[in-house]
Design a binder for this molecule. Structure first.
Ligand SMILES: Cc1ncc(COP(=O)(O)O)c(C=O)c1O
Length: 372
């Protein structure tokens, strides 16, 4: 139908606004020169309200997983007892990373499609006072579940463990309060709600976690946060960063700040509610309950999901993501993060209606939510 204008409706990388993309074409500058040294720390500071922290934000050139590996490589020692909370593909990634670094990995498994249960975490910690680190995903992109990190942090009830959170697909679209919730390490990345191209990861570390990692004798080099802290003092990164992505992020932050963070969060909630209402009107089944539902991605059960979304992509140029892990081939995932609007939700529902031959109901249901 339309081959040249494509709609990317996957849970990241998310669409990038033109104002942001243009920054990628800027002439290259010296990463050890004045412009970068002045701009870079200021741009990192502007991320602090999104993290909900007054702590420093460090940038690693690499994808979100590089941010995750930064956390693991700085914190872990061989045989250190850690607890991984796994309810999806990215929770599993924490577990695999911890195993790769030789930790004594304890795992609490939750069903792939519902949230991590804080009381279960609390019970486990009571029985295992030796656990030093807990790893969890805020927004499990593989199942479209938003985990309650505040309650998970509280479930420690005085337990020593540091809490490490993957906020890759939530930060900038969903409120995060690192300091208030008592989260120790938060990792995110440029290509989701932050509306920039892929290529940079961000990490913030509490005072207690920095103390913990500072004297860790375990070897690390590119990801060594002590080096990032030292170089940031003079406005630099230890290695050549993805310079233009920093300016892309600056332009994205301009847009986020102009809209206002609360409005950004409200827009994401609205898109979630519109989409869920439309999907139900189509008679399709959502993977998650309302309580667990993510504001940035929605998962829908559908037969022969991959063939279904391939047809939609072919006919309309609208691209949805497929399932991962146990949900491979059984769900479609619709991204509505970052540079996405309620109108994009209506478009997504319209193509679903047409493909399913069920006209009128889904868009109408979503419009009703939009009209309030
Ligand atoms: C929740 C979550 N964590 C981690 C990642 C990994 O990020 P990357 O693919 O940038 O390494 C993703 C990417 O989809 C994600 O959604």
């Amino acid at each position: 139908m339309q081959r040249y204008k494509r709609e990317l409706r996957i849970p990241g990388p998310a669409p990038v606004p033109a104002e942001v993309s243009l920054q990628m074409a800027r002439p290259m500058i010296n990463h050890r020169g004045r412009t970068f040294q002045t701009k870079f720390p200021e741009i990192m500071r502007r991320l602090q309200p999104l993290f909900g922290t007054e702590r420093t934000i460090y940038m690693i050139t690499g994808s979100g997983t590089a941010g995750m590996e930064t956390a693991v490589s700085n914190l872990l020692r061989p045989q250190v007892p850690v607890l991984c909370l796994v309810g999806g593909f990215f929770g599993r990634r924490w577990q695999e990373l911890c195993q790769a670094y030789g930790a004594d990995v304890h795992t609490l498994e939750f069903s792939w499609g519902s949230g991590i249960k804080p009381p279960a975490v609390g019970d486990y910690l009571k029985q295992h006072p030796e656990i030093e680190l807990i790893f969890v995903v805020h927004n499990e992109s593989s199942t479209a579940v938003l985990n309650d990190v505040e309650k998970i942090a509280k479930a420690r009830e005085g337990h020593q463990a540091l809490l490490v959170v993957d906020a890759v697909s939530s930060l900038g679209g969903v409120p995060f309060k690192m300091d208030e919730w008592g989260v120790d390490v938060v990792v995110s990345a440029s290509q989701k709600c932050l509306m920039a191209p892929p290529g940079t990861a961000f990490i913030s570390v509490s005072a207690r976690a920095f103390e913990y990692l500072k004297d860790n004798p375990q070897g690390r080099y590119y990801f060594d946060l002590r080096k990032y802290a030292e170089y940031l003092e003079r406005g630099e990164t230890p290695f050549t960063p993805n310079i233009n992505n920093v300016f892309a992020l600056e332009a994205a932050l301009d847009m986020i700040e102009a809209e206002g963070l609360d409005n950004v969060y409200a827009r994401h909630n609205l898109m979630r509610d519109m989409l869920r209402s439309g999907i139900k009107a189509l008679g399709l089944e959502l993977l998650t309950t309302k309580q667990d539902a993510s504001p940035t991605v929605t998962a829908v059960k559908i037969e022969q999901a991959d063939a279904f979304r391939a047809r939609i992509n072919q006919r309309f140029g609208v691209e949805f993501a497929g399932g991962q892990g146990v949900h491979a081939g059984k769900i479609i995932r619709i991204g509505h993060m970052g540079y996405a609007t309620p109108l994009d939700v209506l478009t997504a529902l319209a193509v679903l209606e047409i493909e399913l031959g069920k006209f009128g109901q889904a868009v109408k249901a979503a419009e009703t939510v939009l009209a309030g």
